[in-house]
Design a binder for this molecule. Structure first.
Ligand SMILES: CC(C)(COP(=O)(O)OP(=O)(O)OC[C@H]1O[C@@H](n2cnc3c(N)ncnc32)[C@H](O)[C@@H]1OP(=O)(O)O)[C@@H](O)C(=O)NCCC(=O)NCCS
Length: 153
């Protein structure tokens, strides 16, 4: 196989067998990571669970829940070494395409108020801040608000 083929990056469905790697990344990039059970439950519930992979190495993932008219991105992560290279944007674009393919009319996600990098990405992609959930997330000192963001599809 030539180098170009080996280095192809693909989006694919997340399986339970991927979770050791996904959870390693999760613990690396989130101060309050999801538990393995949260990931297992998402797969079992048949949410749209996707990974980003290159040469058998998973370096990003996301989970989206869909209902007839709406899609909710529940989590999105890129391994630390792979961040700031455009993969977060590509992963979100991928979910937007999946939501459109399912005829969702809008897409929602929550982001910590202090997560300026992620919020900036969402704004760039056209999401708007539509509401705030007070004290939604645990934080090092008490609780932190969640910004609810919406994209009309
Ligand atoms: C948020 C995250 C998914 C973004 O992925 P990424 O691959 O690093 O981001 P990209 O390289 O695609 O950047 C796209 C845009 O996001 C914004 N952005 C990303 N990281 C940023 C940072 N640390 N500071 C400021 N802006 C940032 C920028 O606007 C950037 O656009 P630009 O390159 O034109 O400036 C990734 O950093 C991550 O996994 N972070 C930890 C987990 C997390 O916070 N997940 C989101 C939970 S809501």
């Amino acid at each position: 196989m030539n180098t170009a083929l080996k280095q192809t990056v693909e989006f694919r469905k997340m399986y339970a067998s991927d979770l050791d790697r996904v959870i390693l990344i999760e613990r690396e990039i989130f101060l309050f990571p999801w538990s393995p059970g949260n990931f297992f439950d998402s797969i079992k519930a048949e949410y749209l669970c996707q990974v980003l992979e290159q040469a058998d190495t998973i370096f990003g993932y996301g989970i989206m829940m869909r209902s007839p008219e709406e899609a909710h991105v529940l989590t999105l992560g890129i391994a630390a070494d792979w961040q700031k290279k455009g993969w977060g944007r590509k992963l979100l674009q991928h979910f937007i395409q999946l939501a459109k393919a399912e005829h969702a009319k809008s897409m929602f996600l929550d982001v910590r108020e202090s997560n300026h990098g992620a919020a900036q990405l969402y704004k760039q992609m056209g999401f708007r801040h539509i509401a705030t959930r007070k004290g939604y997330y645990p934080a090092m000192c008490g609780r932190e608000d969640a910004l609810v963001m919406q994209l009309m599809l």
